[in-house]
Design a protein around this ligand. Structure first.
Ligand code: HEM
Length: 506
């Protein structure tokens, strides 16, 4: 399934995994059947645009609509984004090869062309290539492309001389973060999760003894295992149906890998364009970052790190001393349980924070699809020939939602767009899965089909990777109840809170 290769110039200390995978369809026959797609016409594109525009979350500062909150602590929204950036990239573009899926095309691109042209920009097996790159060169005197991420002692670089309370990522000129995937500096919350993982790895590294190169390899392995354990046992069990997590762990995957007749690994388009974008609906319209800062709208957390305030021309996020302004430092106790002041993610439903309808995009601001996240999600999947929710439910042998379940209880304006475009019978997959979560689980976690696609994909990659914690149960660090990153020092990692604590950021 995964080819083992060495990225460390012949130094035999660890097997590494080949960097990229293609995209393909979990259900290729459905993608190639007109009956399983949205109708191919300009009217469909107009309908998708109209639907997206109706999806705004009514909440805001002063009018919070707390009834739209779920019980999931807010950090899990951005941990989901961090996972997304670790495993999948580029359904929105294909570099210089083509501009696939960039525009609002009235006719979807043929599936064969999509598969041939679109390549996943990340390694999908939850190995934190978004933190480690392909690693430092371990052979003495050699360099690797990722050496820039590390200092001479194999620690990941971080802020220089920042006051303890305002710590941040290492940054280059223009305040560009020195990290492998720029998307992890796209908003302040995911940026500080990336920082927490840098600190986590550095602390685990410091706890290892012996040869520094061997210590790096072991620390990286322990961090990957701890992360994978938390993804499965903490994250998936909160955002998916826990029964589906357990069933897929025990009996899956059903539609990916050799047992399903798919010889090679690929990133499913149903997951990247639609299912895993469910996290967009968990984003709150506003946050309180710490005890002293006022509540802030989500769009004010989204600008590029180097942006300047248009009136004062000063950096928005950074003080004159070059470090994060205190008002933008996240107090994780307000984002992760347990605790009295924890903010919660929005329910998984068809409401999207309004700030995401006009994203600040810097040099990509002319891209009108990309600027409006609900439109991007709907139009990207249409352009890339992703089957409807009903078709994917049939293929997965899950009972589809009825047209009544799609529309009943929705606001009239939304219901009208859905019925006028026949979207209540053929529903765009992303919208369908949000609606399914609302109808089946009151938005507290994904419904059956959403849970199935997310678990199938993520657990397929972890189960298929010979280096994952699931395939290294005999290692003394891999316990039934967590990963021992520093035995004897309170270093058993079971959940995201444990990672933040070990990293020293909460
Ligand atoms: C404030 C937070 C977030 C912002 C501003 C954001 C923004 C974006 C944007 C602009 C895209 C590209 C859209 C396109 O043109 O197709 C995207 C893609 C995506 N997002 Fe988000 N997102 C956020 C949070 C999340 C969360 C919480 C999740 C999941 C839990 C998520 C999952 C994804 C996935 C899976 C993709 C597709 C990646 C690929 O191309 O393979 N995002 N997001």
């Amino acid at each position: 399934m995964f080819e083992k290769v060495s990225h460390i110039l012949g130094l035999v200390t660890e097997d590494e995994i080949l960097f990229s995978t293609p995209f393909d369809y979990m259900f290729p026959a459905a993608a190639r059947s007109r009956a399983c797609l949205l109708p191919q016409s300009e009217a469909t594109v107009a309908g998708l645009r109209a639907l997206a525009d109706q999806m705004a979350d009514p909440g805001g500062i002063g009018d919070p609509h707390a009834d739209l909150d779920s019980a999931i602590p807010a950090i899990y929204t951005y941990f989901g984004q961090f996972i997304d950036h670790d495993i999948t990239a580029r359904t929105d573009r294909d570099g210089s090869l083509s501009q696939i899926g960039r525009n609002e095309l009235p006719f979807p691109i043929e599936p064969d062309e999509v598969v041939a042209k679109l390549a996943n920009g990340r390694r999908p097996q939850l190995d934190l290539d978004s933190v480690f790159g392909e690693g430092p060169a371990l052979a003495p005197g050699a360099t690797s492309q990722s050496s820039v991420l590390y200092d001479s002692g194999f620690s990941l670089k971080r802020f220089v001389d920042a006051p303890a309370s305002r710590r941040d990522l290492a940054r280059a000129a223009g305040r560009t973060a020195i990290i492998p995937d720029a998307r992890n500096d796209e908003n302040l919350v995911v940026s500080q999760i990336q920082f927490a993982f840098v600190e986590f790895y550095n602390k685990v590294l410091a706890a290892q003894g012996g040869d520094p190169r061997g210590a790096h390899v072991r620390a990286r392995q322990l961090v990957r295992w701890a992360y994978q354990f938390v993804v499965v046992e903490d994250y998936l069990k909160r955002v998916c149906d826990p029964y589906v997590v357990a069933d897929t762990l025990a009996n899956g995957p059903r539609y990916l890998g050799p047992t399903a007749g798919r010889a090679s690994a690929f990133m499913p388009l149903e997951f990247s364009t639609s299912a895993f974008r469910f996290g967009h609906s968990m984003i709150r319209p506003f946050y309180k970052l710490n005890a002293t800062a006022a509540e802030i709208e989500v769009m004010k957390l989204l600008g590029p790190a180097g942006q300047l305030d248009p009136t004062t021309n000063d950096p928005v996020y950074f003080a004159a001393d070059g470090h994060l302004k205190a008002e933008f430092v996240i107090d994780w106790k307000r984002f992760v349980d347990p605790g009295p002041n924890v903010q919660h993610a929005r329910k998984i439903d068809t409401r999207i924070a309004r700030g995401l309808f006009s994203l600040p995009l810097g040099d990509r601001s002319n891209d009108l699809v990309l600027r409006h996240l609900a439109r991007s999600n709907l139009i990207r999947a249409f352009n890339l020939s992703v089957p409807t929710g009903q078709a994917v439910a049939d293929a997965f042998a899950v009972t589809p939602l009825t047209p009544g379940e799609i529309t009943t209880g929705e606001e009239t304006a939304i219901a009208d767009v859905l019925t006028a475009n026949y979207f209540d019978h053929r529903t765009p997959l992303w919208y369908y899965l949000l609606r399914e979560a609302a109808v089946q689980q009151n938005g507290e976690h994904l419904g059956e089909l959403g849970s199935r696609i997310v678990c199938e994909t993520i657990l397929f990659f972890i189960k298929s990777d010979p280096n994952s914690y699931l395939n290294n149960r005999s290692d003394p660090a891999v316990k039934a109840n967590g990963i021992d990153v520093d035995p004897g020092a309170g270093g058993t990692i079971k959940n995201l809170r444990n990672i933040l604590s070990f990293a020293g950021v909460v």
